[in-house]
Design a protein around this ligand. Sequence first.
Ligand code: NDP
Ligand code: 8X3
Length: 253
Amino acid sequence: MSRIILITGATSGFGKAIAEKFAKEGYDVIITGRRLERLQELEKELHAIGAKVLSLNFDVRKRYEVQDIINDMPEEWKNIDILVNNAGLAVGLDHIDTGNIDDWDRMIDTNVKGLLYVTRAVVPLMVARNSGHIFNISSIAGKEVYENGNVYCASKHAVEALSKAMRIDLLKHNIKVTNIAPGMAETEFSLVRFKGDKEKARDVYRGIEALRAEDIADVVYYCATLPPHVCINDLTITPAAQANVYYNVRLKG
Ligand code: NDP
Ligand code: 8X3
C-alpha cells in the first residue's frame, strides 16, 4: 500500500517541489492551495509520472472550510502518513511603528492560525492510527529576529514553539514532528513579500546562490524516510553563502 502525504501550499515553491519529489518516489499525494489553476496543472504533471493525486482547493485561514474539506475527503485518502505544514508568507518589511496591520493579520492568520487549523483537522486521523509524521516549515526567522522582520519573525517563532509542543503532546501517539528552518531560498516568497515588485524580489538574491525549492524537498524526503525509531526534530538549512539572518556574502557585479 502506498504512503500518503498532504502538503499545504503546493502551488509554488517548497510545497510544489515536495509534492513532485514524493510523487516521484511513489507516494500518493494530497496537494492543497488557493490557486485552483496551479493545482490543476500540478495534478496533471503528477498524473503524468504515474502518481495518485488528490487536489484540495482551500485557504488555510478559513477554519470551517479546512475542517469540512478534510472531513469530506474520500475514506481511502484519510490514512495520511505525512503532513507538511508549509503554506505561509511574509508580507511587507516595515518597522513596528509604521507596519501595515492588514499585512500583520495575513501573516498571523496564515502562518500560525492556518497551520493550527490544518493540524487540528489532520492530526486526529494520525492519532487514530497511532502513526504519523508532521513537518512544520518554519524559517531562520523563527530562530532570530531581524530589523523590519517583526511580525513575520514572531509568526515563525510561534511555529517553532508549536513544533516543540506538538512533539510533546503527540509523543504517546507515535507521531514524529520535524521542524524545518530554511534560510534564503529563491521561490515566490520575496515576490509575495514585496507585493509583486519583481525588481525588489530579485534584489534579495543578488550575488548569492540561494537555496532552491528542490533542496528543501530533498531534506524533507530524507527526514521522512529514516527508520521508524529515528526522528530529526529540528533542522536549519541555509545557502553556503549565508551564516544566519544577519550575515551573508554576495558576489560583486
Ligand atoms: P511561495 O510563495 O513560493 O509558496 C507559498 C505557498 O503557500 C503557495 O503555494 C501558496 O499557495 C501557499 N499559501 C499562502 N497563503 C495561503 C493560504 N492562505 N492558504 C493556502 N495556501 C496558502 O513561498 P515558499 O515556497 O518559499 O514558502 C513556503 C514556506 O516556507 C512558507 O511558510 C515560508 O514562510 C517558508 N520559508 C520560505 C523561505 C524562503 O526564503 N523562500 C525561507 C524560510 C521559510 P496559494 O497562493 O495558491 O494559496
Ligand atoms: C524566509 C527567510 O530571512 O527572509 O523565511 O526571513 S527570511
